[in-house]
Design a protein around this ligand. Structure first.
Ligand SMILES: [Zn+2]
Length: 66
């Protein structure tokens, strides 16, 4: 029987087993997000979901091409 937990970062279901290398996170990315969140709130990691205020800055720097 495999217990299932939820990733603290993205709430994805994660099997609590040796195969889930990054548990309780679903992935290394989510682990790094969580670490970064308390290590330095200003330090964002590329490729992750950002707060709205940061997304606005990103859009200004790299506007979507239509
Ligand atoms: Zn996750």
């Amino acid at each position: 029987m495999t217990q299932t937990i939820h990733c603290p970062t993205c709430r994805a279901a994660v099997a609590w087993s040796p195969e889930s290398r990054w548990r309780p996170f679903c992935s290394e990315r989510c682990k790094m997000i969580d670490l970064g969140a308390w290590l330095n709130e200003e330090n964002t990691i590329p490729g992750v979901e950002l707060p709205d205020e940061l997304i606005d800055e990103f859009r200004e720097e790299d506007p979507p091409r239509d």
